[in-house]
Design a protein around this ligand. Structure first.
Ligand code: PEP
Ligand code: MG
Length: 757
């Protein structure tokens, strides 16, 4: 009786290399697969070794065997879940049995001639979170495969899975009907996060490992790399728990605790070490163990388990990033990249080269998150909450990101692609129409002059300024510069950007908002001190600026320097009390005095404003407005705080309608108080960029709107077609309504008045 795990003495590294060589050879695919099973059988001292691959129908087809009847190859097909092989795929876990035929799941297929074999060891071929096949070894004698052998077969299965999926082993023709990688056209319905339409090739944010990075050249080196990366991961997590690194808006305490639990988990550490000892590179080891977890928990319905799986994946991704040490920007991307991720921070998105990025598809996320705002600033379509997206796509697949309908089309048929091309042409024509309107003043039919500004924060927005014909920048989000930087931008770097912006704007006004970090905007290099349970209600924006005056002072100094001799407009985010505004304004005065003492030229005109984003101000506008030179209403935050619905949390972010009596009444109140005190007011939340919502704002009496670049044209078209006198007559009824939403009523009103929406 063959006893022993021959591989533990020789180690599977040689075997892996032989397998890779056999796979990469020039012989026809079947011959190479036959060679592979022969090598595995010999090395594992098994009488049988077989590879099953999943067909599109879900059946597992015998693709190659050493030991079973050759005639069964491509003839034996097991229904999903059938037999032990089906069970391995279903559970996405290895199964080891000393006497397989007595197991209730055993399914006898006479054509295979497998009756004499008792011992059975099967492992799933995992790709992402899916089993794409099964690798089996069998022995005549009743024997138990030991732990090392189970570990070894999983490592071999991983290498096989990656090699098959990479298309190295089977030609594209042969892969056509095999569920190695999903290949049929599919449509997934999600939510619209950013308007637009694009098609291109999938770039997975969590990049797959190329097959040549699977096997270690030098095992010791990989062991050291893994150990060092794990140590770094643990110290990062500890540091975050202590309140350092990234916790301005990083993972919550609960998530960090879970991270620590996983990072310290002996099982995880041991699996990684064993995979490396078996001949994988450190990255391949992380990938292998991650795939196993993903596949195992894929069917879990319990939201708690799903969340923990996400945490685990995030941790594995962190470890991969530590190992790779590179940035997405350094990856070789196609020119028509559609980025695919589970979720993404705005800083992650900004690391990708702008000109190559054509669209963004997310499995989760929310429309009000800053990643979605950045996508809109980049004017690329963004669709979120696309369930199961990553498991249904492979790197390089063709995909359509439809931000108009909130859908993703995976591997579209040519007719679908053609339809999208036609729609893109229509969009281009509309865009041309907006460009024609660029220099037409925004005046409503009843003669109300509207000022249309744009929101900005990136250098690319400056191009948009000219293209859209916006009359200035109503909100410049200064934190974007901080978010794309690896370190705190120095004074001269900040000054240079602000100068560039003012130069690009020329005579057009620019309103700079001081640093607004916190919430979902993370600056990994900034040590905020205390850990926060609830960052959206935490030390965000001006609160941080006042607590860390050196940070705010430096920014004000840079702004004053850039605005020297011209008009400078500065506003403070997240003001919740008048005292905060007083303190911030005092800092501006002190910085002016400092510059004056040094003989510097101050701005010719300096205006200091507040963002109205905290509901508390609604009851203290009479005190606030006289202190300000202008205000800007940040509806994204104002509404999240009014409705107590975290804008980044998809479970609650769209539970209310901004076109509802409470929201409209609050806005009407702000507008009225501004008229009473003669305070200039604008609205700069995302609402201002949507024609119907902007129509409601104009009807309420707002005349100054700052919209994302893509919204300026559509809103101007709406303005030119609107008669506000007629619309205003309906407003008291809408504000007084007892309905939760008056969207339909406002839309019917707009349509009745022939407003171009
Ligand atoms: C807002 O809150 O409406 C706003 C414009 O600021 P931000 O979206 O950057 O928080
Ligand atoms: Mg805000």
């Amino acid at each position: 009786m063959p006893t022993g795990p021959a591989m533990t003495t020789r180690g599977p590294r040689n075997l892996l290399r032989q397998i890779r060589e056999a796979m990469a050879g020039a012989a026809p695919a079947q011959e190479r697969l036959d060679g592979v099973v022969r090598i595995i059988a010999r090395s594992m001292v098994a009488e049988v070794c077989s590879i099953y691959l999943r067909r599109a129908s879900g059946e597992l087809e015998l693709f190659a065997t050493e030991g079973l009847n050759r005639e069964a190859v491509h003839n034996t097909r097991l229904r999903p879940g059938e037999g032990l092989v089906g069970e391995v795929a279903r559970l996405a876990q290895p199964i080891s049995l000393s006497d397989a035929p007595t197991h209730p799941s055993f399914s006898y297929r006479p054509e295979t001639g497998e009756d004499p074999y008792h011992a059975f060891l099967g492992a799933p071929l995992l790709r992402g979170g899916r089993a794409i096949g099964v690798l089996v070894v069998q022995n005549r004698a009743e024997r138990r495969y030991d732990e090392d052998e189970v570990e070894d077969i999983q490592t071999i299965a991983m290498v096989l899975a990656e090699t098959v999926a990479s298309g190295e082993l089977l030609a594209q023709e042969e892969l056509r009907d095999i569920e190695v990688a999903p290949h049929r056209p599919e449509r997934i319905k999600g939510q619209k996060f950013g308007d637009g339409l694009a098609f291109g090739h999938v770039v997975l944010h969590e990049a797959p490992l190329p097959p040549e990075r699977l096997l270690a050249e030098n095992q010791q080196v990989e062991e050291i790399r893994l150990r060092e990366a794990l140590n770094r991961l643990k110290s990062d997590v500890d540091h975050m728990l202590e309140g350092g690194l990234g916790n301005l808006a990083g993972p919550s305490f609960e998530v960090l605790e879970t991270y620590r639990m996983f990072a310290d988990d002996r099982g995880w550490n041991r699996s990684l070490e064993e995979a490396v000892r078996n001949g994988l590179t450190a990255e391949a080891a992380v990938d292998r163990v991650r795939n196993e977890h993903r596949a195992r928990f894929a069917q879990a319905r319990d939201p708690y388990i799903k969340e923990r799986l996400h945490d685990f994946e995030d941790l594995a991704n962190r470890l991969l990033r530590i190992l790779a040490g590179d940035k997405p920007g350094e990856r070789d991307l196609p020119d028509d990249a559609i980025l695919v991720a589970r979720n993404l921070g705005p800083a992650d998105l900004l690391e990708y080269p702008r000109h190559k990025l054509k669209g963004l598809l997310l499995e989760e996320g929310s429309a009000a998150s800053h990643a979605a705002i950045v996508a809109r600033a980049l004017q690329i379509p963004c669709v979120g909450r696309l369930q199961g997206l990553r498991d249904r796509l492979s790197e390089g697949d063709l995909v359509i990101a439809d931000g108009e309908t909130g859908e993703a089309h995976l591997r579209p048929r040519p007719d679908m692609l053609q339809a999208v091309r036609s729609r893109m042409e229509v969009r281009d024509q509309r865009r041309a129409e907006f460009i024609r309107l660029r220099d037409v003043p925004a005046v409503t039919l009843d003669g109300t002059r509207v000022t249309l500004l744009t929101n900005a924060g990136l250098a690319v927005d400056l191009e948009n300024l000219n293209e859209t014909g916006a009359e200035g920048i109503g909100l410049f989000r200064t934190e974007f510069q901080f978010m794309v930087s690896d370190e705190l931008p120095r004074l001269d770097v900040q000054t240079a950007l602000y100068r560039l912006v003012l130069d690009a704007a020329g005579d057009r006004p620019v309103t700079f908002r001081t640093l607004d970090v916190g919430g979902d905007k993370v600056l990994p290099y900034l040590d905020q001190g205390e850990r926060e349970e609830n960052p959206a209600l935490g030390r965000r924006a001006i609160r941080l600026g006042l607590d860390r005056p050196a940070l705010l002072r430096m920014q004000l100094r840079a702004l004053l320097a850039a605005g020297s001799g011209r008009e400078l407009r500065v506003m403070f985010p997240m003001i919740a009390t008048v005292d905060e505004f007083r303190a911030a304004r005092e800092m501006v005065d002190e910085e002016c005095a400092w510059a004056r003492r040094r003989g510097r030229t101050l701005p010719a005109v300096l205006r200091v404003g507040a963002m109205v984003e905290c509901p508390s101000l609604l009851w203290h506008l009479d005190a606030l407005l006289p202190l300000t030179d202008f205000i800007s209403v940040g509806t994204n935050d104002l509404l999240q705080y009014m409705f107590a619905a975290d804008r980044t949390n998809p479970m609650v972010s769209d539970r209310y309608d901004p076109l509802s009596p409470p929201a409209l009444r609050a806005l009407a109140e702000i507008q009225r108080k501004c008229v009473d005190t003669g305070t200039p007011v604008s609205v700069c939340g995302e609402l201002a960029g949507r024609p119907l919502e902007a129509f409601a704002l104009l009807t309420l009496g707002f005349h100054r709107l700052s919209a994302p670049a893509g919204g300026v044209g559509p809103v101007k078209r709406m303005v030119l077609s609107a008669d506000l006198t007629a619309a205003r007559r309906a407003m008291p009824g809408l504000l007084g309504s007892s309905a939760g939403s008056v969207r339909n009523e406002i839309e019917s009103l707009a349509r009745k008045l022939n407003v171009a929406l």
